[in-house]
Every structure is written in structure tokens, then in C-alpha cells.
Design a protein around this ligand. Structure first.
Ligand SMILES: [Zn+2]
Length: 116
């Protein structure tokens, strides 16, 4: 159990932009998954013929939390961006196109779905 003191100090520092100690960082962000685990996590993702991913997460830290940003263009224009909530990696979005996620380019080659 981590103390309330550590929590208060960590959050206070995070908000004021002070450098956090390693322990404080881990407290706020949780542990970053290791590379082997991450590779496995990416290897598990499948993509169907409509480019839908079975899972979406940040390929840098394995985090599932994302920040969705609407760039505020008028309908029917579409411009959105998605970033990892933890490491701020750009994860994709939509720019007058179908939604894109960086994982699409990272998953291992898969056998093409049989033509219908
Ligand atoms: Zn991340």
C-alpha cells in the first residue's frame, strides 16, 4: 500500500510540472510493460478485411487509455487525433478518411482473407 503522502506529493508535482521521482512516476502512471510483453501484445492483434483491429492500445507502452482530440472542423469534414494518455504517442485518428491506428502498420503479416 502506498501512502497518501506519496500520492499527494506525486500529484502536486505532476500538476506543477516538477520532475517526479521514479517511485512517484510509477505511482501515477503504473508500470510500463516490458518489450517482450509488448511484442506479444502486438502479435496477438488481428485485423480483418475491413481493417478493424481486434485490440487497440499504445504500441510504445501498451497502455489502453487514449485521449481523443476533435480538431474542430465543420461537418462533413472529419479531423480527429488520438494520443496515448500515458506517453503521448500519436496513435492515429481520422482525416476525412476511415479511422487509422498506428498498430495497423505494426502487426505481423497475416494471411489474406480468402476472396469472396
Ligand atoms: Zn503509450
Amino acid at each position: 500500500m502506498l501512502g497518501i503522502k506519496l500520492a499527494n506529493r506525486a500529484y502536486h508535482k505532476a500538476w506543477s510540472g516538477e520532475k517526479l521521482s521514479r517511485r512517484e512516476k510509477v505511482f501515477i502512471l503504473g508500470r510500463v510493460v516490458n518489450k517482450t510483453k509488448l511484442r506479444k501484445q502486438i502479435g496477438r492483434v488481428t485485423i480483418d478485411k475491413d481493417n478493424n483491429l481486434s485490440e487497440v492500445f499504445c504500441p510504445k507502452c501498451g497502455c489502453y487509455a487514449t485521449d481523443f482530440i476533435d480538431m474542430g472542423v465543420e461537418y462533413p469534414e472529419v479531423w480527429t487525433k488520438v494520443y496515448c494518455s500515458r506517453c503521448r504517442k500519436y496513435l492515429g485518428g481520422q482525416d476525412n478518411s476511415r479511422p487509422y491506428h498506428v498498430l495497423e502498420d505494426m502487426i505481423p503479416e497475416q494471411e489474406a482473407a480468402p476472396a469472396e
